[in-house]
Design a protein around this ligand. Structure first.
Ligand SMILES: [Zn+2]
Length: 399
């Protein structure tokens, strides 16, 4: 799949306006897609796919640290309602329904916001789990829940997990998610345990000082910023200003909707309100190039290559600034989301050009536009409704 020059190629590796897409090298099918901008599919660097239920949970906010919330949310309306569909026994084996169905719902949350790749933080699952997902859910990683609670959900000790990473995949850990002494000392603990390395991806870092951030930048490690979840649970977020000043590698994550925004576009929305000084272009970099570095993904996910456009997010152009254009993206405005050459979501009129089996897709209308999507997320919604005995509306689904 090639992108022939659009009307205006803005830069070689950023975004392309009004692209004309040549679908296969052996034929001359050229898809002209006017009034649109081509981006890379977005990357959500932190989610818990099975946690994507609504509304947000937690009655005793702000919490001094999230470890208290982890217990507290088990009494929440969301958790109890989800239990009616999938009784969570705490085992974290998620590769069979109904747990798998909930995880797939979470993956569709990401898909409908233009994400082609998501990091699902939890114990590693069987291959069949990843294969059942409508988008790319990363399976090359090692992890620990947090240094304070350890790997209560499954996995080895943090040191063993880091050893198993071989420095060739991310080691992911929640850290500094709070304002109290417990969360403040977690970074010192991480360092003294030899766990601050280039492949360390630290989630949250609310408690990090500027000096901690300097250490992180020096180590070449990465921080995943989850502002909506942080403000909601803790009332404070990561020191993004220092991180940008010291050139630390920052990526963005949604966390699950039990604490975070409804999706990655919701995160952009909150960031634009609270941190208007951060440019949309910088935010785009955080969810593409920076995420590829943090997650040890192949470079093809970090650069839009017109000669080999296997990965593409094509959306309506409503704003003359292409990066600003992405900030308020609506689900209906996604014309095409293509990951590893597979069309996953978009306007129905474009699907037939790809020559894919129609049976692999389902269709629905939003805002007067017919959309196709890989698999059948409406079926997931129906299964949930059947178990609950009423209609459950998820704000991240477009139907
Ligand atoms: Zn998390």
């Amino acid at each position: 799949m090639k992108i022939l020059a659009g009307q205006a190629v803005l830069t070689a590796d950023d975004v392309i306006q009004d692209p004309q897409i040549k679908l296969r090298s052996e034929d001359e099918t050229i898809l002209k897609i006017p009034d649109s901008i081509a981006y890379l599919p977005l990357i959500n660097s932190h989610d818990h796919l099975v946690g994507n239920w609504t509304p947000q949970a937690g009655d005793k906010r702000p919490y001094p640290n999230s470890h208290i919330w982890v217990e507290d949310m088990k009494q929440s309306q969301s958790f109890l309602e989800r239990n009616k569909f999938w009784l969570n026994d705490g085992s974290f084996v998620l590769s069979a329904p109904p747990a798998l169905t909930v995880a797939r719902l979470g993956a569709y949350k990401n898909l409908f916001s233009g994400c082609g790749i998501v990091q699902d933080h939890g114990p590693l699952q069987q291959d069949s789990y990843y294969e059942a997902m409508p988008i790319k859910v990363i399976k090359r990683y090692r992890q620990c829940h947090s240094l304070t609670l350890g790997n209560w959900w499954g996995g080895e000790s943090p040191q063993t997990e880091m050893d198993l990473s071989g420095g060739e995949m991310p080691f992911i850990v929640h850290i500094g998610e709070g304002t109290d002494e417990i969360t403040h000392q977690e970074f010192a603990q991480l360092k003294s345990n030899g766990l601050l390395k280039e492949n360390t991806l630290m989630i949250h870092g609310i408690a990090f000082s500027e000096d901690d951030i300097i250490d992180i930048a020096r180590a070449g490690a990465s921080v995943c910023w989850c502002p909506s979840s942080n403000f909601y649970l803790i009332g404070k977020t990561f020191d993004i200003t220092s991180a940008i000043k010291h050139n630390a590698n920052v990526v963005i994550g949604t966390d699950s909707t039990m604490s975070g925004a409804i999706n990655l576009i919701g995160e952009f929305d909150l960031i634009r309100q609270k941190f208007p000084q951060i440019s949309p272009r910088e935010l785009y970099r955080m969810v593409t190039e920076n995420a590829v570095k943090a997650l040890y993904l192949p470079p093809r996910y970090a650069k839009l290559d017109p000669e080999n456009a296997e990965n593409l997010l094509l959306v309506d152009q409503n704003n003359s600034d292409p990066f600003e254009n992405l900030m308020n993206l609506k689900m209906s405005e996604i014309k095409l989301l293509v990951v590893d050459s597979i069309p996953l979501y978009g306007d129905g009129i474009y699907l037939k050009s790809f020559g894919k089996q129609i049976r692999d897709y389902s269709f629905f209308d939003i805002d007067g536009r017919e959309k196709f999507v890989v698999g059948d997320p409406q079926m997931i919604s129906q299964e949930i409704d059947l178990a609950l005995g009423y209609h459950k509306d998820f704000p991240f689904l477009p139907f």
